[in-house]
Design a protein around this ligand. Structure first.
Ligand code: SIN
Ligand code: FE2
Length: 217
């Protein structure tokens, strides 16, 4: 019985405050997760995943695409938001209602009731892919939080402080976990350690991450 109860406990949504304004909402998107993965498939049919090149000339190990009014892009000229996919010249796919509803309600849970995203960056990590410590600072207004949804293989998220040299804490992000950071921690450094080898029952040999932002007012 003990085992059964502890297992059921581990499957329930729970929350953890990571820093002022930053919350890990464990399993918050779990019920929706397979539908979210399906939506990602549809989006990537229209706007395929690609490895963007940084201003320094390095190809990113994470493959990316976007949906919503604005999409985040990197190229030799810098980092910015664009209304059109530079690969096709077409607008980014519309943000699915299911994405919007999830992002708005997760933000509300974390104390940001006014958040309405207009950009969703979709990251695809295959084993070995990583995201070095960085700040999300290409948005116009830092009063809006970041809402980040993890799907597929687990990954280690590093969450630091306002200074790149600040100590980082590590959190294992599993399928269906949501992290929200805003207010005092909106510009905290964060990153993802190299993805470990594995195969996820719904997502295969990959981790997907949805990052919702209000890019432009
Ligand atoms: C990001 O910071 O853009 C990605 C974070 C993540 O993959 O969880
Ligand atoms: Fe980020």
């Amino acid at each position: 019985m003990q085992d059964l109860f502890s297992r059921l406990d581990a499957e329930k949504p729970s929350r953890e405050e990571m820093a002022a304004g930053a919350w890990l909402l464990n399993r918050y998107a779990l019920e929706d997760a397979n539908n979210l993965l399906q939506e990602i498939e549809g989006i990537s049919d229209a706007a395929p995943f690609r490895h963007m090149v940084t201003p320094g000339g390095f190809s990113m190990s994470v493959a990316m695409t976007n949906c919503g009014t604005f999409g985040w892009v990197a190229d030799r000229r810098g980092y910015r938001y664009e209304k059109n996919d530079p690969v096709s010249g077409k607008m980014w796919p519309v943000m699915p209602d299911r994405f919007m509803t999830l992002a708005v309600s997760a933000a509300k849970q974390a104390g940001f009731p006014d958040f309405v995203p207009n950009a969703c960056l979709i990251n695809r990590y295959e084993p070995g892919a990583k995201m070095s410590l960085h700040q999300d600072k290409d948005e116009k207004d830092f009063t809006n939080p970041i809402v980040s949804v993890s799907l597929g293989l687990p990954a280690t998220f590093q969450f630091g402080g306002l200074d790149r040299k600040d100590a980082v804490r590590k959190y294992l992000l599993n399928h269906g976990d949501v992290v929200v950071w805003g207010g005092p921690s909106r510009l905290f450094y964060h990153g993802i350690l190299p993805l470990k080898e594995g195969v996820h029952e719904s997502a295969g040999r990959a981790r997907f991450n949805l990052t919702f932002r209000r890019a432009v007012l």
